[in-house]
Design a protein around this ligand. Structure first.
Ligand SMILES: [Zn+2]
Ligand SMILES: [Zn+2]
Ligand SMILES: [Zn+2]
Length: 760
């Protein structure tokens, strides 16, 4: 009898060079047998039985860089006739359980090839291997092989084919591999259509050198690119894009340049994060003497920076050798266009040329964005390229009997698919207000469902009937004959952080949820709430008192409106103190409208409270240029503080079983502080954290709850987060890091609540 072993490996191990790695490992161990991908992961059959401890240790330690081994198990069996050698068997996949790897930045070996004049792939912008390159963004269907990617239009030449079939080559089964002979090619377009450009890359570089602006096709969308050191070029870009002050991200050619832009204390961690295979944009504190145009990020202390992450970016960055603006070419409020012709037709007039190529984009994948907290740990603000579609596991009690789709929110939209215990959050879609984004969102849902071969039987929607995501979810439910589950916005925020922190289903938490706006029960508008929650249900235990949102949506764009609403509610004799620089605001008519409750719904929004304080301190423009601008300026102002004149507290007012923050008391104390604007900004952050922390601790202690969740988009404010952590030291504090804490992570929580409610 031949005793053999079947080793089962699970995780992100398909399409990342895992089978050839096993093949090499098996050779080292002198094993016979085979390895294959199947619906449950990778299966190895080995004879004779190796030292399994050592074998699995080697397997985990030396696994390919893009793989993520989550589970290894084995079973012995009798192999009647083991083969004489070790082979890689063809895959038999149905896709149902397959994990797809995210797109990954160019690996060092490929990089060396594109810069080596003797290499066949010298200056070839589509060079990839199993350790790097596009994955998720080129897959049209599963199983993951070349026929089902956007590369299927480019049959492999004989050289590529022989690499593809050699287990000892790093392009063995590299589905997106290509070379100058057989792969995609660059295309240059400009406004002189009759001139032929033999070298599109050289033409693009020459155009950039002249201080002009070009469109650049990427993996999952188009960027606008220009010289970031040229003030005149930046002025032209801002004028053409009609973007007054929203900051632009920069592509930084190398570490030397990074050191010229980022403060020394953040340099090492910035370099490490930007060099990761996800290659996100990172926000880092800028040096005052950073040699870039002032119009890149006016009045901001942080710069959004990214390293080159694909061969084309590397080729451009190395040759240009100074920072380039690399900003999404999306027109505000419209869906980003994904096909060259459409892009050139629409955006061509804004630019001097376009460097495109003939590999099509199947699904939108934006750049991801992260920031450092006070402990220099990364916090994801936008989770897309490089991270999607990595999944998270819910508590096993929430195991789903049938697949589920969670629709997300209307701003910063992402949606989620869940199967068994696994939740997969989609790429970022943003604001669903425009019809074109709604269409893209629906197409993407279709694409993801097809990719994972899922037929959701439950669709989770935000309770707000006015949300497009709510309406589209209902429509889909009808089409798919699925059951609708409605969840409340702030409950979903709390649950999202709980999933990431792997909170158990039987555990209760106190959630502090601070955001712009979301609907609570009975049509109330929430945004500064304290909840006691588990995955299944929640109870509201207090928070900020509600005030008017004067002009409804306008309140989110004009901070002074919120100052007026706060003061009308909480500051007696407010008109005597009204700031001079806001004297020409139409205060009287708006006060009258608020008094008559005309277009002034009540809301307890923390986001609008930040706007009010920013308006008073004069640190934001009269009309905001981008979402969150006032809060960002306020945090930045507060960070300038070096000493404090006093400290403030926020008292709690009981109201039935609940507690509300005493804003009358706060404004009176805060307005009477004799301090600088920066000190007042800091004291506001501190007092708000103090007030909410007291509320949370009171509730947690009364109910013996040990975990406090911080969530909602306002928690992107890292000074506020750090003050919360200070006041909540006695508890376990949870706050999202790997998923956005704002609406970009909402669908994760919706999925978990849906799963919990289906268990009843
Ligand atoms: Zn590579
Ligand atoms: Zn080739
Ligand atoms: Zn929210």
């Amino acid at each position: 009898m031949n005793q053999a072993v079947a080793i089962r490996i699970q995780g992100t191990i398909q399409g990342v060079g895992f089978r050839p790695f096993i093949w090499q490992l098996a050779k080292r161990y002198q094993l016979c047998g085979d390895v294959c991908n199947d619906g449950s992961g990778v299966l190895i059959r080995a004879y004779p039985i190796p030292d399994l401890q050592r074998f699995t240790q080697d397997l985990r330690m030396h696994a390919p860089p893009l793989s993520d081994v989550q589970n290894v198990g084995w079973q012995f069996f009798h192999w009647h006739q083991p083969p004489p050698n070790f082979s890689i068997r063809a895959s038999c996949l149905d896709g149902s359980q397959t994990a797809i790897a995210p797109d990954a930045a160019t690996c060092p070996e490929c990089l060396a090839e594109i810069f080596s004049p003797t290499s066949h792939r010298y200056r070839y912008p589509f060079t990839t291997c199993t350790h790097c390159g596009p994955r998720f963004s080129v897959i049209e269907a599963l199983p993951y092989d070349r026929e089902r990617t956007t590369l299927h239009e480019f049959p492999l030449c004989s050289d590529c084919l022989s690499e593809y079939h050699s287990p000892d080559n790093r392009r063995f089964h590299a589905e997106s591999t290509a070379c100058p002979d057989c792969g995609p090619k660059l295309i240059w377009l400009d406004h002189s259509p009759h001139v032929r450009h033999l070298d599109p890359l050289a033409t693009a570089l020459a155009t950039l050198q002249e201080g002009k602006i070009i469109l650049l096709k990427g993996l999952g969308g188009f960027h606008l690119v220009c010289d970031a050191t040229n003030e005149q070029t930046l002025a032209t870009l801002r004028q053409r894009k009609q973007r007054v002050s929203k900051p632009f991200a920069l592509m930084v050619p190398n570490h030397q340049w990074l050191a010229k832009l980022v403060v020394p204390e953040q340099l090492a961690v910035a370099h490490r994060l930007l060099s990761s295979s996800a290659a996100p944009i990172g926000l880092f504190r800028r040096r005052i003497d950073a040699p870039i145009a002032s119009l890149v990020a006016p009045r901001l202390d942080e710069l959004g920076l990214i390293y080159p992450s694909n061969p084309l970016h590397h080729l451009i960055a190395r040759e240009f050798n100074r920072p380039l603006v690399l900003t999404s070419a999306n027109q505000s409020a419209l869906a980003p266009m994904l096909d060259d012709e459409h892009v050139w037709e629409t955006l061509g007039p804004l630019v001097d040329g376009m460097l495109g190529h003939n590999r099509k984009i199947v699904t939108r994948v934006d750049d991801s964005l992260l920031r450092l907290d006070h402990q220099q740990q990364a916090v994801l603000l936008r989770r897309s390229r490089g991270y999607v579609p990595q999944s998270s596991l819910m508590d096993e009690v929430l195991m789903l009997a049938a697949p589920l789709l969670a629709m997300g929110a209307d701003l910063k939209n992402t949606f989620a698919l869940a199967r068994n215990r696994e939740v997969i959050l989609s790429a970022h879609f943003g604001d669903l207000t425009s019809l074109s984004v709604q269409n893209q969102y629906q197409q993407a849902i279709e694409h993801y469902l097809k990719l994972y071969q899922l037929h959701p039987e439950h669709i989770v929607i935000d309770a707000h009937p006015g949300y497009y995501s709510h309406q589209i979810g209902r429509m889909l439910a009808e089409q798919l004959n699925a059951q609708v589950v409605k969840v409340y916005h702030h409950h979903a925020h709390v649950a999202a952080a709980m999933v990431e922190a792997q909170v158990k289903a039987n555990q209760q938490v106190v959630g502090i949820c601070l955001d712009g706006l979301g609907m609570g029960p009975n049509g109330t508008w929430w945004g500064g709430e304290c909840l006691v929650a588990d995955y299944q249900s929640f109870e509201h235990v207090g928070g900020l008192p509600a005030v008017a949102l004067p002009g409804a949506n306008l309140a989110a764009r004009q901070p002074w409106r919120n100052l007026l609403a706060q003061w009308l509610a909480f500051v007696p004799n407010w008109s005597e103190r009204w700031p001079n620089d806001l004297a020409d605001c139409p205060v009287q008519p708006l006060s009258a409208a608020i008094a008559r409750q005309v277009n002034s719904p009540l809301a307890s929004s923390a986001g609008r409270l930040f706007d009010a304080v920013a308006a008073y301190l004069g640190c934001s423009p009269r009309v905001l240029d981008y979402e969150g601008q006032a809060a960002i300026s306020l945090e930045q102002l507060a960070m300038q503080v070096s000493s404090l004149p006093t400290s403030l507290t926020m008292a709690l007012v009981p109201c039935g079983d609940q507690y509300y923050l005493d804003m009358t008391d706060f404004w009176q104390q805060w307005l009477s502080v004799k301090g600088s604007r920066a000190q007042k900004a800091w004291l506001f952050h501190d007092a708000l954290a103090n007030g909410f922390a007291q509320l949370a601790l009171k509730v947690a202690d009364a109910r013996r709850i040990e975990t406090i969740v911080l969530c909602g988009g306002v928690m992107n404010n890292l000074l506020l987060r750090s003050r919360f952590e200070y006041y909540l030291k006695s508890k376990r504090v949870i706050c999202a890091r790997q998923y956005p804490c704002g609406d970009g992570g909402l669908a994760l929580g919706q999925a978990a609540i849906g799963a919990a409610q289906l268990q009843i």
